[in-house]
Design a protein around this ligand. Sequence first.
Ligand code: GDP
Ligand code: MN
Length: 387
Amino acid sequence: MDLLEYQGKQLFARHGLRVSSGEPVTTVEDAVRAAGELGYPVVVKAQVLVGGRGKAGGVKLAADEAEVREHAGSILGMDIHGHTVRTLWIEHASDIATEYYASVLLDRSAKQPLVMFSVEGGVDIEEVAENTPEKLIRHHVDALNGISREEAIEIATEGGADADVIEGVADALVALYEVWLQEDATLAEINPLIVTPEREVKALDAKVSLDGNALYRHPENQELSDAENEDPIERRAKEEGVQYVKLDGDIGILGNGAGLVMSTLDVVAQAGGSPANFLDAGGGSDAEKIKQAVQLILANDAVKAVLFNIFGGITRCDEVARGLIAAFEDLKPDVPFVVRLDGTNDVEGRRLLQEAALPNVYAARTMNEAAEKVVALAAGESVGAPA
Ligand code: GDP
Ligand code: MN
């Protein structure tokens, strides 16, 4: 669960990280009022779940009321990499002497928390990692002991932080680690972590992802899930109890079992296609559930073709076929479907599909064949007659 910048900053403040005071607003009038209360100059910042807001024109300094009006007006409703801006964060502007970078995340391959620090902040950190990796300090922390202040001082020193702010940076790293650990975050990142001319160390931006599975331990964080910024199809899926994740491609995917769905995504990608979603129909999918799943997949306008990959076990292939036939009767989808049924009652399932003679459904025997067909269909190519 990704948090907006201002929500991340609220968590930071809880753990003693320095942040600027500010206010979230949704209208130009409220932006002007908040700016007046905070005192000029202010920064007007788009609150969307995507990076690079500054470059896209979603972060603007304002010296007076007229400028707040102008920037708030232009940023509200702005599209930033596909995300519409509905909320602004108005913050008292900081003077910046230096911009650093700091983050904490779990390094799965090392099975340890990883603290990263760089004096090359404010810029794209991937570029630093790529071009000047020696400037990005990567330090693994013993998960049982946590990070010590001495360790944090070493990281700041090794990274080349200015001598007079080593302590301040170390405090920030310890606090950031505490945020990551105690809030059950999967990522806690500050870019930039600034040093002001008064030599204060402060988080100017916040990127925090919380582990949704641990949310029950943090009732106070539950309201942070921002329904307005959540994908509407994912929200619907959650309400319906379907495991659905929206992706960027144009091939709808349905499988039963998370592992099978993940390998289906891989096989489609290998065949040169781009999946539009992850959808696990689960074990024992009955006809009604299949229909519901088809509706979810087709709710995404980007979908040009759909792949059903069912390995029958508890789930019976004939039930899936019935669900698909019912869904076609109701929904009359205008995109092609490729269906691979294997396992329990697969012969019966295929027979039902053949008898139904659905206009737009193609059969495939193997996963690879299915992937190749669906990729071709999504590209508008012909793959022979429907099943
Ligand atoms: P991002 O582009 O989405 O990462 O948004 P950031 O919150 O990191 O802001 C982008 C850039 O705007 C920062 O790297 C700063 O250079 C600048 N910026 C943000 N807040 C302030 C501020 O209070 N004062 C000044 N002078 N610049 C700021
Ligand atoms: Mn940033």
